[in-house]
Design a binder for this molecule. Structure first.
Ligand code: ATP
Ligand code: MG
Length: 263
């Protein structure tokens, strides 16, 4: 679903998400060091990489929550790396963001959290309650709208955050570790949900996850972030068969093969 308006195209000729030469440092730490990635319209790309490699920082760039020191980030026709606050106010409701730590407002009920996202998306009237219930059903939280996020279990909070992100049927979906800390059954349920959303909404998506099985099952392509750059990208099959030693070490969980980070 598009909120309307002409779809301008980013350089390269396609709607979707593009990061070009993105550099971002915090003090002495260079987190992103010339990172490039293009996600096609309606494509799901999983980003893998070690803890602390910059995956969450990368997603925040796409949502315009962090600006790069250098380089450009495009979402559809909008250069979010350089966009005005007004332009981001328009774009952000079309981006569903599943925050790594749920990111719900504890002062509001679960339903109120979702309603707020829907209002920003322009959903009004009787539609609102229907969409709230529908999104809660999707994550197995039907009837939980009036509860406070503070009284939910960790996994329930995570699912409530997911419900909020998808409630307004966004054009873009950014998932930051949607399954971390969930039991295997719920993890599998969330994986199925991501696939279903892909089919139903066709949102252009980036999925950050440590769960390689989900990444390989859910994503059209898998990208590996290493030392601030795109180390490799390919279909799940290509990545599983990669002869890049860094990709192999990561995919096989082989600490002994992992390059010395002090190099
Ligand atoms: N706002 C910030 N200020 C200073 N340093 C930051 C900031 N945000 C992130 N960092 C640093 O950037 C690095 C990358 O962080 P990031 O959260 O992106 O890692 P990650 O790949 O998501 O890790 P994990 O898999 O553990 O979630 C870390 O060293 C982190 O401490
Ligand atoms: Mg992270």
């Amino acid at each position: 679903m598009s909120a309307g308006g002409a779809v301008a195209e980013s350089p390269g000729g396609r709607a979707g998400i593009r990061l070009e030469g993105v550099r971002k440092g915090f003090g002495d730490l260079q987190v992103l060091d010339g990172f490039d990635l293009a996600v096609d319209e309606a494509e799901t790309v999983a980003v893998i990489g070690r803890s602390g490699s910059g995956k969450s920082v990368l997603l925040k760039h796409v949502a315009g929550l962090i600006r790069p020191d250098e380089g450009e980030v495009w979402v559809e026709g909008e250069r979010v790396s350089h966009a005005s606050d007004e332009a981001m106010e328009e774009l952000r409701p079309r981006i569903g963001y599943v925050f790594q730590f749920a990111g719900l407002f504890d002062s509001m009920s679960v339903g109120e959290n979702i309603r707020m996202a829907l209002r920003k998306r322009g959903v009004t009237g009787a539609e609102v309650e229907r969409w709230v219930e529908r999104s809660l059903e999707l994550v197995d939280l039907a009837g939980q709208a009036e509860r406070s996020p503070a009284e939910l279990s960790g996994g329930m909070r995570k699912r409530a955050g997911l419900a909020r992100a998808v409630a307004g049927r966004p054009d873009y979906l950014l998932y930051d570790e949607p399954t971390t800390g969930l039991d295997p059954v719920t993890t599998s349920l969330i994986g199925q949900l991501i696939i279903r959303l892909k089919e139903e909404i066709g949102a252009t998506s980036i999925l950050v996850t440590h769960d390689l099985a989900s990444a390989f099952r859910v994503a059209d392509r898998v990208a590996m972030l290493y030392r601030g750059r795109l180390r490799a990208v390919g279909t799940p099959e290509e990545m599983k068969a990669s002869d890049d030693p860094v990709v192999r070490a990561f995919v096989e969980g082989r600490v002994d093969l992992w390059p010395d980070d002090e190099e």
